[in-house]
Ligand binder design. Structure first.
Ligand SMILES: C[S@@+](CC[C@H](N)C(=O)[O-])C[C@H]1O[C@@H](n2cnc3c(N)ncnc32)[C@H](O)[C@@H]1O
Length: 253
């Protein structure tokens, strides 16, 4: 098994999903702000949305997590967020005091209003367990788009990303707090299983906790088919924001 330090610029880095403990303790934000340039990503998103939908003014971030992209997207759009995790949204609320944030599942949410742009970033669709779930989520997002509106999905990695189990380690120290994470990835059929061990020190006793995340390894065609089945015109950018690529869907005008 290979152990290596995660490089901030690495495009193959593994990542967190929803964890009450990591979210509430600020560990999610500390680790991800160190490796994910949220503001630069928001500027890229704005550019690609405006290029395709020049009059776009409203944006919904699906699976917005702790609201790091929304914080910056709010400079250019009237923003809204949804996420399945109340713990993640509680953190988002502290940063986005005037932004509507809803606890909801991406497959079933209903906001009863459309948006010019919808984003679903940082591989959040990987938490959907099957192709039926992916199709439901994409169709629901498409139903919330205005005519000519743009959907941007950043997928999880595809099955050929790992040929064997792998282990990564990373650590961040900021303002008297140190966080280390060891992450082991194994592939089981169509799923990646991410086992994470955290060590957190705020100067006092060291605290440790564990998480296991199961992320579905959808294929490129799974995403393209789901976006086309939702009636959108699809583009696939293989690099995207972080090396995982992005899928862009456009609602017909
Ligand atoms: C890796 S985090 C990404 C969060 C945020 N987009 C970011 O860039 O930091 C994945 C997020 O997906 C959310 N999530 C997972 N399954 C979901 C579902 N079915 N509906 C809505 N949100 C979901 C989790 O709660 C978590 O906040």
């Amino acid at each position: 098994m290979v152990v290596r330090l995660l490089d901030a610029a690495s495009t193959a880095q593994a990542h967190l999903g929803a964890s009450s403990e990591a979210a509430a303790s600020g560990v999610y934000d500390l680790l991800h702000r160190a490796t994910r340039p949220y503001e630069a990503e928001a500027r890229l998103l704005e550019a690609l949305i405006i290029e395709r939908c020049p009059g776009a003014t409203s944006l919904l971030d699906v699976a917005c997590g702790t609201g790091e992209h929304l914080r910056h997207l709010a400079d250019s759009f009237e923003v809204t967020g949804i996420d399945a995790s109340a713990a993640m949204l509680r953190v988002a609320t502290t940063k986005l005091t005037t932004v509507p944030l809803h606890v909801a599942d991406m497959r079933t949410f209903s906001l009863r209003r459309p948006f010019d742009a919808i984003t679903c970033l940082f591989s959040s669709v990987g938490y959907l367990p099957d192709v039926t779930g992916l199709r439901l989520a994409v169709s629901n997002m498409a139903d919330h788009l205005t005519p000519g509106g743009v959907l941007v999905i950043e997928p999880w990695l595809h099955q050929d990303a790992w040929s064997a189990d792998d282990t990564f380690a990373e650590s961040v120290t900021e303002a008297g707090r140190s966080v280390s994470r060891i992450l082991t990835v194994s592939v089981r059929d169509d799923f990646s299983v991410l086992s994470m061990h955290y060590t957190v020190s705020d100067g006092g006793p060291v605290r440790e906790f564990d998480e296991i995340h199961h992320l579905r390894l959808f294929s490129i065609d799974d995403h393209v088919d789901a976006i086309q089945a939702a009636g959108l015109v699809v583009e696939h950018e293989p690099v995207g924001l972080s090396g995982r690529g992005i899928f862009i869907g456009r609602q017909r005008s």
